[in-house]
Design a protein around this ligand. Structure first.
Ligand code: 13P
Length: 251
């Protein structure tokens, strides 16, 4: 079945020194845990360091963006080759903060995801509605558009390599978590949409994470739900003890 995945998104937090201090506390707490795949999506500057510090563990590292191009005149972007050289295995694509502040669109999300897969990086593609969209009962329409755009032209095989993170924007960094029932129902809808776009067996293979104010106190009830395969964790992933307790919620 789908292996649970708990991924931390450090966003623009932690210098190399902060990362080292984090790992000193975090590593021993998750060292023997095998039931969950654990990923740390860290700033580019910490990637190499964190990868080295993960040696001898099953913890994987990821980045928070990747260019759609191999190389060239793309000031401020980073290529898949560069990320792989630093040890990244995963990459977050289309986070709502990138959509909101940096002009990310469904089209660029599609191009970046294709590039990640072509270079054997595992994409964690983020989708989610705003509070206004949910209030206006537009959640399903918004998600449908985001999924159709992100995975346009994808084969079944390609889609099976993708991880999706459902992150309702109103729940990010607000302390207002979606209820487990709400999150599960929306993730079920995402899976149903994928089944229509591709096939049911493929949709059943794709891991879909929940993200948005997930923490040590609510991880278990969210992870208990039928369709929630993991979490993409922001704030709580900066706290080694709390994030370790989340990553080992099924210990
Ligand atoms: P918080 O866990 O801080 O709400 O952030 C969620 C998120 O955006 C993860 O990508």
């Amino acid at each position: 079945m789908r292996k649970p995945l708990i991924a931390g998104n450090w966003k623009m937090n932690n210098t190399k020194l902060d990362a080292e201090l984090f790992m000193v506390d975090f590593k021993p707490l998750v060292r023997t845990h095998k039931k969950t795949e654990i990923v740390l999506c860290v700033p580019y500057t910490c990637l190499e360091k964190v990868k080295k510090l993960c040696k001898g563990t099953k913890i994987k590292v990821g980045a928070q963006n990747v260019s759609w191009a191999d190389k060239g005149a793309f000031t401020g972007e980073i290529s898949a080759d560069m990320l792989k050289e630093l040890g990244a295995e995963y990459v977050i694509i289309g986070h709502s903060e990138r959509r909101q502040y940096f002009g990310e669109t469904d089209v660029t999300v599609n191009k970046r995801t294709v590039q990640a897969l072509d270079n054997s990086l595992k994409p964690i593609v983020c989708v989610g509605e705003t509070g206004d969209e949910r209030a206006a009962d537009r959640t399903e329409a918004v998600l449908k558009t985001q999924l159709a755009g992100a995975f346009e032209g994808f084969s079944e095989e390609a889609l099976r390599e993708v991880v999706i993170a459902y992150e309702p924007i109103w729940a990010i960094g607000t302390g207002q978590t979606a209820t487990p029932e709400q999150a599960n129902a929306t993730i079920k809808f995402i899976r149903k949409t994928l089944a229509k776009m591709f096939t049911r067996p493929t949709a059943n293979k794709v891991r879909i994470l929940y993200g948005g104010s997930m923490n040590g106190g609510n991880v278990a009830e969210l992870m208990d739900m039928s369709d929630i395969d993991g979490g993409l964790v922001g704030g709580a992933s900066l706290k080694p003890e709390e994030f370790a307790s989340m990553a080992t919620y099924n210990a």
